[in-house]
Design a protein around this ligand. Structure first.
Ligand SMILES: [Zn+2]
Length: 378
């Protein structure tokens, strides 16, 4: 991971790089910030820089043997510890090493992900992960070995607040009397839950929320929404990259649902079967989750338009529609009335049920469209 992959935090990056250049790297450091701020990404980028054989002015070189391995997180002197729990396959005494391949792909895919995503990724169900006593024995064993290839052995501990008491005490001992050339990077979201004696031995890097400009520039052009909408979302996400991406995906999904829904309603009303088949082709290659989301969206639009019809297009207070939805509905609501609303809703519900049960989506959506052609003209 490079410093340039970490969004914002320019001042902290510079400060970290300077400690390497001045040869005064603290052997135990805490990176602490809220979820989605990039603390873990920053710690990994720092470790890569420290181990790089040809570090550049503002980033590691990316081409030396060390960087090559760091970029895949497979460097033999880079160790990770993170909370884990039992799963279907690992039923007893789980430790980080049991999940190392999952961990690598999880982080390489998106280092901003949080605990919830991690537990879901490794399939621990509703259990909370911990860093156990067994893990601390592993840590001691790993650090008692000499560095294989680098000057430094690096141990990155993600969420040290999840350590049980015994493990925390063992870690404290190692940090107090560290093996030579060992670098501990603790990455915490809740430092108040770490042993104060551990905290007092670490240099603390407070990682603030990502600044709005950096977040905006990173996300610009990656989603099909306007710059104004993006600005609003960045404001809402409050320096949390993870949340910004979630919000934008949802927004993008809503826009797509609106487009697909209005399209099929117009085509059904006009009875344009050939174009309906094209529409069905488009929807059938979307994933099941997207298809379900579209059907749920359609049901909401049908409901809102029926309400609008009952109110004869007035009483907008009870109607929950966005600007462009309201604009479309002005012309659409007369077609959703008490003589067809139940059947239409039932057809969408039925389609939803079939999609959930893994039916052939092409057949489901074509069937649905053909029914709507009839019902919309009732
Ligand atoms: Zn390098």
């Amino acid at each position: 991971m490079f410093f340039k992959d970490v969004i914002g935090h320019d001042i902290i990056k510079k400060r970290l790089i300077k400690t390497v250049k001045d040869n005064r790297i603290s052997h135990a450091q805490l990176f602490t910030g809220q979820e989605g701020s990039g603390s873990l990404a920053l710690a990994i980028a720092f470790a890569q820089y420290v181990s790089c054989l040809d570090p550049k002015e503002s980033d590691s070189c990316g081409t030396c043997v060390s960087c090559q391995k760091y970029m895949k997180l497979i460097h033999p002197d880079l160790h990770f510890v993170y909370p884990v729990a039992t799963t279907k396959n690992i039923t007893k005494d789980p430790v980080s090493d049991d999940f190392i391949n999952d961990w690598r792909s999880f982080i390489l895919d998106n280092p901003y992900q949080g605990q919830e995503q991690w537990y879901e990724y490794i399939g621990v169900g509703n259990k909370q992960g911990i860093i156990s006593k067994n893990e601390s024995y592993k840590i001691i064993r790993k650090l008692s070995l000499k560095a294989f290839e680098s000057e430094y052995k690096v141990m990155i501990i993600w969420l040290p607040e999840k350590m049980n008491q015994v493990a925390a005490n063992k870690l404290l001992k190692i940090i107090e009397e560290p093996p030579p050339k060992t670098l501990f990077l603790l990455v915490s979201e809740d430092p108040g839950k770490i042993l104060p004696t551990i905290l007092s031995r670490t240099v603390i890097n407070n990682i603030p929320k990502i600044d709005k400009n950096s977040l905006f520039n990173t996300l610009k052009g990656r989603f099909l929404i306007s710059n104004d909408e993006l600005k609003k979302t960045v404001q809402l996400a409050d320096g949390n990259y993870l949340q910004a991406v979630d919000l934008l995906s949802e927004e993008e999904n809503n826009l797509d649902n609106f487009r697909m829904f209005t399209q099929i309603m117009r085509l059904c009303y006009a009875g344009k079967v050939i174009e309906i088949i094209k529409w069905v082709d488009e929807v059938s290659i979307k994933g099941r989750e997207k298809q379900k989301s579209l059907l749920a969206y359609a049901l909401r639009m049908i409901r809102e338009n029926f309400m609008l019809n009952l109110a004869k297009g007035q009483n907008e207070k009870i109607i929950q529609l966005s600007g462009e939805e309201a604009e479309f509905s002005k012309k659409f609501y007369p077609f959703i009335h008490e003589n067809n609303v139940y059947e239409i809703a039932e057809e969408f519900n039925r389609a939803h049920f079939h999609i959930v049960s893994n039916a052939n989506s092409k057949i489901v959506f074509l069937d649905l469209a053909l029914k709507i052609i009839k019902l919309i003209k009732t």
